[in-house]
Design a protein around this ligand. Structure first.
Ligand SMILES: Cc1cc2nc3c(=O)[nH]c(=O)nc-3n(C[C@H](O)[C@H](O)[C@H](O)COP(=O)(O)OP(=O)(O)OC[C@H]3O[C@@H](n4cnc5c(N)ncnc54)[C@H](O)[C@@H]3O)c2cc1C
Length: 289
């Protein structure tokens, strides 16, 4: 049974920050609760007070500002899927949000919760990594910006302080010449955590057919979300022919093994991550029209 706790629903960010600051230990933030409530049931944590952040206006909107898209941390996966702004400028993120859990989970679960929970298999993280997303974090001490790749310490661990709130995530709009692809592999189509995923953003220069920009982030195969600069640098300036892509895919699995070590699952994961990378690249290339 879940031990009793108090529950506050602040209407402003300032109020939420003040409560978090003053209440001290044993206080937590809750958004959709789809991860947190499981932890409460399992006895992983027993807070005396939970602060529900889902009514704070700054955390609830998706907007465009100075060429950037800002997504409030309490925006749900369903809202991401149906956002016209994201379909246009961050489709890779709405594609990923559309395969999370089930309609019920997507209606409750938030992007902020997906980030702060920091599961290596979280579906929004590889797309956010290739979008170069930056988080805005606020507390009574002030505000700070954190590029997402610096936010994660390890599996289920971020460097967020207990009194800090993730307010929004921002990224530069993907221009129409950029192509993107998110591919996910799970045991079943729905209600299954990703076994592996792959997010790729690609820009090919039309006149030369050379790769000008490439960003790669696999999911669920490394302890924390990260890009693969070794493979990105190898591909930049090259023509994306099959031989180059094959070599790049082997580099992807090489970096995965170097980062995560050789495990019992490596003989399965290495060829599959290569195949996912090739599928994501081919999907971007076909999408060029
Ligand atoms: C049946 C089921 C299926 C699922 N399937 C998937 C799936 O396919 N893919 C996937 O990626 N995930 C999946 N999940 C996991 C979960 O739904 C997501 O991670 C979801 O996005 C979490 O968001 P939430 O709002 O529910 O977070 P919560 O559970 O409310 O919070 C999670 C953690 O984040 C903290 N937190 C939340 N918001 C903030 C904030 N703004 N600032 C600071 N801290 C914050 C909380 O304190 C807590 O520690 C599934 C979960 C279930 C139960």
């Amino acid at each position: 049974m879940i031990p009793p706790f108090d529950y506050i629903i602040p209407e402003t960010l300032e109020e939420a920050c003040n409560i978090l600051w003053e209440a001290g230990k044993g206080v937590g933030v809750i958004a959709g609760g789809t991860d947190l409530v499981i932890g409460l049931r399992n006895g992983d944590h027993s807070p005396r007070l939970l602060i529900d952040i889902t009514r704070i206006p700054e955390l609830r909107k998706i907007e465009e500002q100075d060429g950037r898209i800002l997504i409030g941390a309490a925006v749900t996966h369903s809202e991401i899927v149906s956002s016209p702004l994201l379909k246009k400028y961050g489709k890779i993120l709405s594609d990923a949000a559309s395969v999370i859990g089930s309609p019920q989970i997507r209606n409750l679960g938030t992007i902020g919760g997906n980030i702060v929970n920091a599961s290596p298999a979280a579906d929004s993280l590889p797309p956010l990594m290739v979008l170069n997303a930056v988080g805005k974090i606020v507390s009574r001490e002030g505000a700070r910006e954190a590029p997402l790749d610096q936010l994660f310490k390890g599996p289920y661990e971020t460097n967020l302080k207990p009194h800090e709130i993730l307010v929004h995530i921002g990224f530069e709009k993907l221009s129409s010449v950029m192509r993107s692809s998110f591919i996910r592999l799970a045991r079943r189509e729905a209600m299954a955590i990703a076994r592996m995923s792959m997010a790729v953003v690609l820009r090919i220069e039309r006149s030369s057919n050379l790769i000008k920009d490439i960003r790669i982030s696999p999911g669920a195969v490394m302890p924390r979300p990260q890009r693969m600069p070794e493979v990105e640098d190898f591909l930049k300036g090259k023509s994306p022919d099959e031989a180059i892509l094959k070599t790049a895919s082997q580099k992807v699995s090489g970096v995965m093994v170097l980062t995560s070590g050789v495990r019992s699952s490596t003989p399965y994961k290495a060829p599959v991550v290569e195949a996912l990378f090739l599928r994501a690249m081919r999907s971007c290339l076909e999408d060029r029209g």
